[in-house]
Design a protein around this ligand. Sequence first.
Ligand code: GLN
Length: 458
Amino acid sequence: NSCLTQAKDTNHLNAYITLTEDEGNKQAKQSLERYQKKEATSKLDGIPIAIKDNFCTANIKTTCASKMLENFVPTYNATVYEKLLNAGAVLVGKTNLDQFAMGSGTIDSIYDSTKNAWGYTEDDYYIAGGSSGGSAVAVATGSCFAALGSDTGGSTRNPASYCGVVGLKPTYGLVSRLGLIPLVNSMDVPGILTRTVDDCVLILNTIAGHDPKDSTTLTKPYKEILLPSSGKLSVKGLKIGIPKEYHCKNLDKEVLDTWNDVAKLLDENGAVVKEISMVNTEHSIVCYSILNQCEVASNMARYDGIEFGLRADENSSTEKLYATSRSHGFNEVVRNRILTGNYFLLTKNYEKYFNQALKVRRLISNDFYKAWEDVQVLLTPTTLSTAPKYKDFVKKTNRDQCAMQDFCTQPANMAGVPAISIPIKLSKKGLPISLQIMGRNLSEPMILALAKYIENIV
Ligand code: GLN
């Protein structure tokens, strides 16, 4: 009840698209009964959670913050939600996002933008980051204890960084995508937002593992992660890499200083911190954009106005029905990506753009494999700065550069490796500054342990 009250009291931040009060009350009541009979199903039993509105929830609207799916009510649950329900979690609501998870601000939603709780005033606010901005604000304001986001190029870590919460993008294939409405199938992963690293582990342990209904999930049985208690954690001898190419040109001075300070602190505490090189990092944004748009063009073809989603009132021809439904159902960002994606995929362009981008993606992945010969984890910034003000972020020139916000986060999606964003301190303006840790595939136990260590010393 107090989470629900908090969700309502922070309504002005627009973190939720739908509050699932009836559903949540029913689940909470059942949980209470299990508790009274000492039959709790897990540590998550009765814990309020929120879910980004691009995960299917049976009988609960799932909109992707779009006109196209404004009235879409799925008939089944995403595997991750099903697993959380089986563990006894209680759904507070479905959270806001950029339309179809395309964006880094949670400003492109038909339900209006989500506002960052930090530094909020009635006439001015900072963006929450995105595209899982609603989930990050829900966790930051305490209207739930954990929220699911999705992460294709940084959508979990970017808002986690701006909102001062923990944000994990697991190894690709570790967590099922069934019921996560796809953006880029080869990069999408469900992400986890929580206030502490321990909470994040609890959620990961609940949702990870092979799903027979998602052929891209790993078949290797998932081994539950048990982190040592704070006092028993150590970084003695841990080899930490600082990739020099992440010192990119728009990196804010305060973020850079924080990065240096934490690296120094870890070094003083016994870690072996060294600079390494990942030469293809600079190509990541362009390469990601091409692959993203190509997969988007193909994925979005399903919204034809016939099977599900918005159907325009147009009956002069089938082609006109498709075209009108799609032009009304998608915002400009989505339509642009469909157009450019189809352009890259034309027979005459396919080799030059799509195939070339696949090769560059391989080079970016190889940079990571090479790094693991030298170091065990990487420490980088998550975002280049603290959260920008909404009115600056939406200026045309800034919007065009919005992809730059993902400079540090996208490479992990190209390589499929796990990455976590953790809040470190507040900037002079009082906004959260966060850092990112990346590790080799399936090194979640290691990056989470390091994240918890850092959480304890900063
Ligand atoms: N900002 C990136 C994009 O718009 C990443 C989005 C995401 O991770 N869902 O594609």
